[in-house]
Every structure is written in C-alpha cells, then in structure tokens.
Design a binder for this molecule. Structure first.
Ligand code: GAL
Length: 644
C-alpha cells in the first residue's frame, strides 16, 4: 500500500538499480515517474530520446515495482513555448506568465490541446502496454500556482465560443447577466470582454460564467488526455493528483473522467495556506491541524467515487510555505496510517531522495539530499511497511453515518460576492467537518445532486445555488438535514430567488430570509436556547413557519426546525457550532464521543484507529485491545483496535 515519486532523470543512471532495490527493501510497491520529463523525452520537436526512459522503466519493473506514469504536460519545454507562445497563460492583470517554472499553459489554447494530445498519444502508445505500467496520472496538480484561470487572448476567444453555445443569442446573455445595470448591455458576442481590468467590480453573473467556463475547460482537457490513454493502454487505471484547498475548478467533474482520485498531502504546508488563527498555526506548526489531511482524504474519496490514493505524502519539511518546520517524530507514520484509515488504497511519498539542486532543494525525501541514506521520514515509512505486513489486509471502508454536501460553485459564488470579507466557503466547510470529527463521527463528502438516502445526518454548510437534483435529494433524505446560512440564496444566473432565500429550500425549511448582516472581526451576536454560543461574520434575519430552537439576542430565530430539517441562520462560532452539530447528531440517533481536541478517531470497517496530534498521552477506550500501537497512546502515536 506504499509508493514513491521518483525522478530517474535527476540521478545518474548508475544509481537506478540501487534505488529500485532499496525501494523494494523499504516495502514500496508503486513508483510514479515521468510527469516533468518532457524536455528529456523530446528535447526538440519530433526528436525523441526514449532510450533512457525505456531503461529506467525496465529497471523499476524488473525490481518488482508497479509503475504509475505521469503525463508531462505540466512542463511544456522551452522550444515549444517559443514555437507556440499562444499556449502561455495570462495573470489577472493581463500579463503573460512565462517559461522557467511549471504550469505555464492555459486550458483555453487550442494549440495547447493539440500539443498535449500529441505528446500524451506518443507516450501512451510507447508504454501503454508495458507490463510494468499499472496506471496513469494525467498532468500534475491542475490549478496549482493559481493556474485554473487565465486572462489572455486565447481565454477570451474560448469564453466567447462557450457563451455562444450556452446563450445562443446576445439578448439572452444580456438578460442572464443583468447587463442593463450600469449600461453593460452588449450588441453581439464579439463585444464580450473578460471580467478583469475593470474600474470597480464586474457583474457577478459574468464572473460566475467565466469561472464555470474555466472549470469546464479543466475537466474537458483532462478527459481528452484520459481518452487518449485509454485507447493505448487497456486495462490500466487513470488518476489525477489533486491539490489541497484548491477550489477553483469542480473536482467532481474531473473525477468523472478518472478511475480513482488521488491528492497531494502536505499537512504542515497547509497550516500556512489555510486561514487559521496565529495561535492555531503555532499550536499545529509541527504536526499540522488534525483535520487538514482527513478533510481531503474524505473529499477525494468522494471525488474518486470511493477510490483514492495519496499520490504525494509529505515525508519531512517542505520548501514552499512561508515557514517549513520539521514534522515532529512520528508524524510521517501517523499521516500514512491516517490516510489508510480513511480508505486510501496507496500512500505514495514525495519524493524518493531530496534533490541537491533547483527549486526544491530544501524539500525532504525518503533519502537524505543526494545520498542513499534514509531520512527520518524514510525510516518512518519503513516502519509503516512492517506494521502493514504484520496487520494483514485492511477491511473495506464503509459508508459513514454523516454526509457533508460539498459544492465548488458555492466557493466561486461567495468569492465573487463575499458581502463580508471573511465569508470563506472552504473555511466554513472545514469548521463543520472539524466539529463533526471532534464528535468522533466518520464523514462522507457528497457532491451536489447525489442521493442522500441512508445517511443518518446530512449537513449542508452552505450551498448558494440549490439545483433541482439537490433539492430533491434533500427532500428525499431519510435522516436529519442541517442546512447552513446562504443556502438557496441565488439562482443559476446569480439572481435572487423569486421567493427570497432559501429559495428552493423554502418548503423544506419553512424559512424566508429578509435581511442579512455581516459582522466585522470582533463583533458577534449571542445565541441562546436549545443551543448556545454566537453568530459571527454572517447573520440572517428570518421569518419561519417552523419551530424556533434558539434565538439571537433580539429574539429572532437563529436555529429553526421543520420536520427533519434544521436551519442555522448564521456563521456559528466554535461553541455554537459544536452545540448545533451535537444536537443534530443526537436527533439523528448517532452516538458521539467526547475526546480531547488533539485526538481523532476514524473507523475503517471493523478497525477503529486513534491518532494523537497533541503533547499529552491519551488512553484508549475501555475494552479496546490494540492490534496496532498500545493502550496508552503517546503524542504522535497511532493505535488501532477491532470492534464487533
Ligand atoms: C506538489 C507537486 C510536486 C512538488 C511538491 C513539493 O505540489 O505536485 O511536484 O512540487 O508539491 O511539495
């Protein structure tokens, strides 16, 4: 169940055999290669130098390793950029983003599609049936380095094409965008401009369409690669390695192309990327916050329709965050087990050996820089391999009792129109997830529109546009449904629903939102009743035909209930959120746990895992007989026991 990312092109050929042998000795079964090697595969147009790669693949395969080939499209070589400058992306200020790092292409460029199809086809044809190749990775981390969006001439062309198809007539476009406002009406599709470089904010509906357009481009581009690979490489699976906290495109749509999802887990780097408080950042600097990696495991399990890998696991300090601490001893092992506990099929470390040169010199590997010598992370990986061998096959992952409806478009819509600067969709979902996990609950992420039957509890932190399928799924849900503020607040074209928010959820919730207030940091609105705490950041004034379970200080409803549907009319602070989710879980008939905030529990079939992110010991529940770890769970420790 372990893998590693390897760059044979970074090391002298005389070392490859030793590398392959030591991988196997460590307990590694999978090796990913190739994803940045274009300049070594095709140093100039139509000149191919595959021989080195043939030898590398043969050596790895002979050693018994199963190879995952990454298509090299994240790094178009210099000759190609010079020949076809129209593949370059543009930043929001309209400047080209040039050659010299990676991801320097726009999904809108038709030249780029042609060139991608060409190189992917040639590689897939050459290696597609090689017995050592078991799977493929398309590209590398779509959207990384802010590359979903591009704002150049090719993007404008593509956007116009997309709009023509979608709206057929410019009158329909004007109507959908509300262009009469501020005299933004257009006389033809030729007059469309990109929604950047304006004096003040461009129209929200046009921005949303541009976002949808870019998101669809990513999925379509990925599908193009998948189709080519499938043609040449029968019987092999395809994945893509997604990034953490990247919400610029709809990952579910890319997931539809794939056999399984994978993601790149850099838990400590993400502590700096996510809007944590400084206190939290300091507290979790060397372990990561206990829900960062799990949040993504559960999300990507959904994106992969039940199947996911960690394609890149942080093995030590990274190089790219503002600060890059060494993980506490034990964390590499803990993260690996935690991914497996969440259902990962494979955890693959990035990277085999720390590079001695270039951009990622300061990034740890399983081996010390340039050497054949295990790093501390490499030693921990070896320990996991031994433990896995001792434990035997892990049970199947089963459905969780709780579903969290996760919607990329709600991120786009709330970013386009935050109304309060700190209304951040990913943060909201993360906090709901964190509160559920602190109750000891397993959580499944569910895409909008998917069926919700069977879940005891369904939570919707926020879903701005509730489409018909999601409305129907929520109404058909058999469990308790908890809906958060701002849900159903806009329609497909960013308009208010005719019946006011929550629009399509009015019947289900019995509510109508008549006013909204956003609260600057430091302000809050106390809530009391069946639950207590405070609303922060966002607060609604609602009328309800349901029952009022808790009120704000002015007496208006904060938490309502109609039948199975609860509605929370604010962004809840920690205390309120914990109370609301406890109440919802109780109504759903779920038994919850109370564990310290540095402990997390996760069930995989009949195996229960516990993880200690803290600085103190924790004792396993009575009767738990550990099959992994010990009864007293030390800091950074992992334990597992079986249940009936
Ligand atoms: C990932 C990327 C890898 C490597 C790694 C460093 O985002 O896919 O190629 O750059 O980060 O942490």
């Amino acid at each position: 169940m372990l893998g590693v990312c390897y760059y044979p092109e970074h090391w002298d050929e005389s070392r490859w055999e030793t590398d392959a042998r030591r991988m196997v000795e460590l307990g590694i079964s999978f090796v990913r290669i190739g994803e940045f090697a274009w300049s070594r595969i095709e140093p100039s147009r139509d000149t191919f130098t595959f021989e080195w790669l043939d030898r590398a693949i043969d050596i790895l395969a002979k050693a018994g390793l199963q190879i995952v080939f990454g298509t090299p499209t994240a790094t178009p070589p210099k000759w190609l950029v010079d020949e076809c400058p129209d593949i370059l992306p543009y930043d929001r200020d309209g400047r080209p983003r040039g050659f010299g790092s990676r991801r320097h292409y726009t999904f809108s460029s038709q030249t780029w599609w042609r060139e991608s199809a060409r190189i992917v086809g040639i590689i897939a044809e050459r290696y597609g049936r090689h017995p050592g190749i078991v799977g493929w990775q398309t590209d590398n981390e779509y959207g990384c380095h802010d590359t979903t969006m591009s704002w150049g001439p090719e993007d404008l062309k593509g956007f116009k094409r997309w709009l023509r198809l979608r709206y057929q007539s410019v009158d329909q476009l004007n109507a959908a965008w509300g262009s009469v406002f501020w005299s933004m009406e257009l006389n033809s599709f030729d007059e469309v401009v990109l929604p950047n470089l304006t004096v003040t904010e461009p129209g929200p509906a046009s921005r949303l369409d541009f976002w949808r357009y870019q998101s669809e481009q990513v999925a379509a581009y990925d599908r193009m690669q998948c189709d080519i690979i499938r043609k040449h490489s029968p019987g092999r699976w395809i994945t893509h390695n997604f990034m953490g906290f990247t919400l610029d495109f709809d990952h579910f749509k890319v997931g539809d192309n794939l056999d399984l999802a994978s993601w790149d887990s850099y838990p400590i780097g993400f502590v700096e990327k996510f809007p944590f408080s400084e206190d939290e950042r300091n507290r979790w600097a060397e372990t990561s916050h206990p829900d960062i990696a799990p949040f993504h495991h559960d999300l990507y399990r959904a994106v992969g329709k039940g199947r996911f890998w960690v394609m890149e696991q942080q093995p030590g300090p990274v190089n790219w965050a503002p600060w890059n601490p060494v993980p506490k001893p034990g964390m590499v092992r803990l993260w690996t087990w935690e991914a497996l506990a969440h259902g990962a099929e494979v955890v693959s470390y990035f990277r085999w050996r720390q590079a001695t040169f270039a951009q990622e010199q300061m990034h740890a590997g399983l081996n010390l820089a340039g050497l054949d010598e295990w790093s501390p992370g490499g030693q921990e990986a070896g320990r996991v391999a031994e433990e896995l061998a001792a434990l035997g096959t892990l049970p199947e992952t089963d459905t969780a009792p709780v579903a969290l409806v996760f919607d990329y478009q709600s991120h786009w819509m709330t970013k386009i129109q935050p109304q309060g600067r700190d209304f951040r969709y990913e943060e909201l979902c993360f906090r709901w997830y964190e509160a559920l996990r602190r109750l000891g609950l397993n959580v499944d992420f569910v895409r909008p529109g998917a069926g919700l039957e069977g879940y005891a509890l369904v939570v919707v932190p926020c879903m701005t546009e509730v489409d018909e399928a999601t409305r129907a799924a929520l109404e058909a849900a058999t469990g308790i449904v908890l809906i958060g503020a701002r849900s159903g607040s806009r329609d497909r074209t960013f308009r208010f629903p005719e019946n006011l928010p929550p629009g399509p959820l009015a019947d289900l919730t019995g509510n109508r939102v008549v006013q909204v207030s956003t609260l600057r940091p430091g302000l809050s609105d106390p809530v009391d009743g069946a639950v207590s705490g405070a609303g922060i950041r966002w607060r609604e004034y609602i009328e309800t035909s349901g029952s009022v379970l808790a009120t704000f200080e002015d007496g208006s409803a904060a938490l309502t209930q109609k039948g199975r549907a609860l509605y929370l009319a604010c962004w809840a602070d920690e205390a309120l959120l914990s109370d609301v989710l406890t109440l919802a879980a109780r109504q759903a008939g779920l038994s919850t746990l109370s564990v310290p905030d540095f402990i997390r529990i996760r069930r995989r079939g009949n195996l229960v895992f516990a993880f200690n992110y803290g600085t103190r010991d924790w004792t396993l529940p009575e009767g738990a007989v550990p099959v992994l770890g010990e009864t007293v769970l030390r800091p950074q420790g992992v334990a597992a026991w079986r249940t009936a």
